[in-house]
Design a binder for this molecule. Sequence first.
Ligand SMILES: [Cu+2]
Length: 201
Amino acid sequence: MKIIAICVVILGASLAACNSNKQQAPAAVTIENKKDTVSPGNDLKSSASATIKPVSTFPQKEILNGYLQLKNALANDNSKEAATAGNAIVSVLAKVDTLSLSQSQQKVYADLQDDAREHAEHIGANPGKLDHQREHFEMLSKDVNDLIKNFGNGGQTLYRDFCPMANDGKGASWISEVKEIKNPYMGKKMATCGSVKETFK
Ligand SMILES: [Cu+2]
């Protein structure tokens, strides 16, 4: 009981001191979280395995929803809907609260957030240009793959598909929520080109 009470006090204090004490607030919260979930004495090893667990405050499901909407729009050759989904991803990325993430997750997210946002922005800004959108989608898909490996699959089974013909014959991956191949790079003209390479359960 006492620990919980202290925890609440620290959390309250850090919220109140949000502006003046940005550096210390997240550290205090992190320490309390570790006390609750990890036995004392465990260090890097335990926090590394903990990063696989989804973070409730990270909008992973919303990011994935936007991405899958984009993927399906491209598979249907619907450039306008792809742009809408790209803009939706930009909005979700903008509201990620990085201070709520563990240190290792902050690092992962810091490495890809600018890149992912840029690709989503270009997709959003180019309705009518499917080829251009698909170029950015190829790079955004790599970021989403990294996000899944670090923040989980958002509670749904996902597949990493690969088409050797995409990306000018260099091959390209995408993430799908269905096992059936619906190729977002080739669109309707070659919808079933590709195969499942990895499953995220
Ligand atoms: Cu562009």
